[in-house]
Design a binder for this molecule. Sequence first.
Ligand code: URA
Length: 241
Amino acid sequence: MTQDELRRYLEFYQDLGVKTLVRRQAKHAAPAEPQPAAVAEAPALPALEPAGDTLLKILEDIGDCKRCRLHEGRNKLVFGTGNEQAKLVFVGEGPGADEDEQGLPFVGRAGQLLTQMIEGTARKEGIPLVRADVYICNVVKCRPPENRTPQPDEMEICGQFLYRQLQAIRPKAICALGSTATKAVLGTKEGVTRLRGKWQRWRDIPVMVTYHPSYLLRPYNQNAKKEAWEDLKMVLHYVYD
Ligand code: URA
């Protein structure tokens, strides 16, 4: 394991609230002092992103998830949708009422705007692309009550599945929609306004931060709409030219 892998591994478990890890003796190390029988061997830690990970495997691992309180109000879990080999992945915040009902991300008003943004921009720029060509998912897979912002522990718990989705797809670029997606993907508290319009990075994948479509639906945010279109133009040309 490289130092970078070890760091990610430890950060991952720290994010899940694990404060102490027991170090197992390496197979090739010299025999250690005899251990008292009562000290059980630490269980092997699961791989961060299991080798040969697939979206289907991730969905199976999520299962009938009850890992956080969001499951209590869930109608349907919203895993993600689109092309499993997409070159571009959009990450939103979490399901709303329509998404919770249908089990699909971005199918309500914000979703219709997202579809228009993707397909309208692609058409204007002469890029043959429809929504089904990209992959769309959220940070949290269950609808937060009253559509509130997901809480840090909910984001951490569900974030492991988002990372696995991103790692399994390995798109050419990621577009983070709004501040929750930005926080989850980039691990930063920096706002969308400051980060948008310039490439950021998740691991080695370029990330474009832009405004969440729900924010753009508000009539007083028309300037942000122009900016979001500019961001998307940049993303589409980078990915599909
Ligand atoms: N908002 C999101 O962030 N995700 C959805 O799926 C729908 C609305």
